[in-house]
Design a protein around this ligand. Sequence first.
Ligand code: IVH
Length: 720
Amino acid sequence: MSETKDVKALSPEEAADELERLSGLMAEADSAYYTDDAPVMSDAEYDALRARNAAIEEAFPQLVRADSPSVRIGAAPSSRFAKVRHAEPMLSLDNAFSDEDMGEFVARVRRFLGLSEDETVALTVEPKIDGLSANLRYESGRFVLGTTRGDGMVGEDITRNLATLDEIPKEIEGAPDVLEVRGEVYMTKPDFAAMNERLEKAGEKLFANPRNAAAGSLRQKDADITAERPLRFFAYGWGEVSEPLAETQRDWLERFAAMGFPVNDLTERTVTLEAALSHYRTIEEQRASLPYDIDGVVYKVDRLDWQRRLGTITRTPRWAIAHKFPAERAQTVLEAIDIQVGRTGALTPLARLTPVTVGGVVVSNATLHNQDEIERLDARVGDTVIVQRAGDVIPQIVEVLKDKRPKGSEAFVFPDHCPVCGAEAVREMNPRTGEPDVVRRCTGGLTCPAQAVERLKHFVSRRAMDIDGVGERQVEDWFRAHIVREPADLFTLQKRQEEETEVHGTSDLRRYRRKPATKTRGEVWTDEVTNATALANVYASIEAARTRPLDRLIFALGIRHVGEITGRLLARRYESAEGFVALGEALSAGDEAVREQLLDIDGIGETVADALAAFFHEDHNRAALARLLAEVDPAPLEAVSDEGPVAGKTVVFTGKLEKMTRDEAKARAVALGAKVSGSVSAKTDILVAGPGAGSKLKKAEELGVQVMSEDAWLETVGAA
Ligand code: IVH
C-alpha cells in the first residue's frame, strides 16, 4: 500500500496514484470544511496530507497534478449564493508549528529582502481567530458588497447576511473611493453556548463548535436568520483599495479602528524574534480564558513596502505565517473498540471513550486508524488513554497509559471477518512491494450491507451523481427498509411507488419496497420526504441524474482507485457505457491486449487496471451495473476537438490569470483537445504565463518552449 510508504520508496506509478488519492481526499476535506461547515478530519490530519502531497510532488515534479491541492485554496463556492470574483485573491497562510519554524520564517524574510543581521524586521503578532474570513467592499464609504473567501479567487455574495452584523459599519467616514476590509466573522463561546441551548429547546440541530456555528449562521439563504445569530467581526487585512490608508500593517489596523471596525486588542508590533515569540506565549496563556476561539497567532511583516517585495507563492504570502498552538489533549478511558466498514470494505477501528472535554468540546469517539496502530499502541478495552484533538474533528488516541492498565486486560484481537456481513476480511498483499496492506478489508463486496450502503451514499453524492435531496440518512433509511438496495433502484423508485398506489391506494413509501418484504429491521421513513412536494423534488433530481455524463457515472460506481480524474480518462477513451463495460469484461477475462491499451492511457497504471478487473470479476457487480445501465442514459462528454490550433498540445498555465480562473482555463483547453499539465518539461508545447510567473517560466525559456501571455492564448484559441 503506497499510503504509508516512504516517499523515496514509491515507484512513479504509486506516486501518481498517491497524488490522485491525496488530491481527492483533500478536495473532499476542503468541501466538507468550507462548503458544508462539517469538517471530516482534524487540522493535523489535513496538514499531514498536505505535507505528504508536497513531499511527493517534490520527488516527482513531473507528476504534479493540474488539480493539485498545493495550488488550490479551500473549496469552490457552494451554489446557493451568487459567485463573485475577488478583486484581489483572498490568500491563506503557511503554518509554523514550532519556535524553530518561526525563526526560519524570519530568516527567509531577511534573505529574500537581502537584509543585514542588524536591520530589524518588525512584525505584527495577531491572534488567529477561529472563524471564517469575509471581504467587505465599500464604495464612497458605503458598504456595497460582502463575500466569503470561497476558493480564494471566487467567493459567495453574502452581502445581506453580513449587513446584519452590528459590528460591521454600513457607512464610514473618510474612506477612499474603494476600500475592501477583510477580517474574521466569529461567534463568542458564551454566545455559542446560549444559542445551542436555544436550538436544543427548539428541537433543532446543534452546532459542534463556535466556528461551525458562525459559518452555518452566516451562510443562511434567509438573512433574517443570520440577523438573529450573535455574530461578530475582527478586521485584520484588506483587498482592493483605491488609495492606501497607511504604510504599515499596524497603522492600517489603527485606521480601521478609527473607522469603527473592531480590531483585536491582543495585536502587538514587535521588533525582535524573541519579543514575537514571547507575545505568542502571552496569547497562548490567555487562550482558555478568551471569550472566543483562537487556534494560533499570525505574524505579519509590518512594513508594507516589504510585504509588496516579498509577494506571494501560489496561495500564501511570503510576508505572513500562522504559528499554530499545539493540539489539545485529555485523559480518558477506552470503553470499547468498534469496527466500522467503509465503502471499499475497509475495516476501521473506532474507539468509544468515556466522554471527556478536550479544548472545550466533548469527545466520546476517537479514531484508532487501523490494525497496526492498535498493535503499536497495544490499546486495550479498559485502558486509560490520552486523546488529542487538533482542529475540530475526529480526535485520535495518541498514548496508552500502561501503568493504569486494569489487571486481567486482554490484547485486542482485530477481527478477520467482517463484523457486518461475516465475510472474510483480509489484508491484501501489494504485489509490487510484497507487503501486506495496512487496511484489512471485507471481501463481501456488494453482498456486504455496510459496503452497499456506503457505495450508495457515494453514488448520490455531490461529486458523483449529485442527486440533490437524497442525503446520507435518506440512503440509510431506504436501504434498511429495502426500498433502495443498489443504484438502479433509485431510478425505479417513482414507478414502483405509482404502481403500488394504484394497487393499494396508498402512497406510503414503506409499501413499495424493491422485493417482497423480507426482514424489516427498524423500518423508518424520515420526515424529510413524507410530504408530497419534497418527494416530487427528490424524483426530479433523480430524473435529472439519468443523464449525468459518463465520467461521473464511472466515478459514482465507487470502484477502488477510480477517482474523478480516472473516471474522466476512462470516459474519454471508451466513450460509452457499453465501451466501458466491454473494457471491464475483457480485463476480468484476462485480455492482455485490452489491458495494454488501457495502460497506454496517460495517467492510468496497473493499480487502476487491477481494480477494474477485480470489480468486473464479481458477478454481482456486473449484474448491478447492467441493471443501472438499463435505467440511465449518460450524456456524452463535452466534445474534445481533434483539430484546431491547440489540439494534441501539452499546455501549462502559470502566474496569475486575469480573464478567467485556472479551472476555467484548464477546462477550456481540455475541451479544445489540449492536454493540461502542472509542470514544464521537454514535452510541454505551450506555457501560458501571467503576471508573477516564476520558475516555470524560467524553465520553459531554458527548454525553448513557446511562451505566451493570457491574451495571446485567448487569441490563439479564438476567444479574445
Ligand atoms: S491574514 C494574507 N490574519 O486564517 C493572509 N488571517 O489561514 C490572509 N485568520 O483565511 C489572512 N485570524 O480566515 C489573517 N489575524 C489574522 C487572522 C486570519 C484568522 C484566518 C483567516 C484566513 C486564515 C488563513
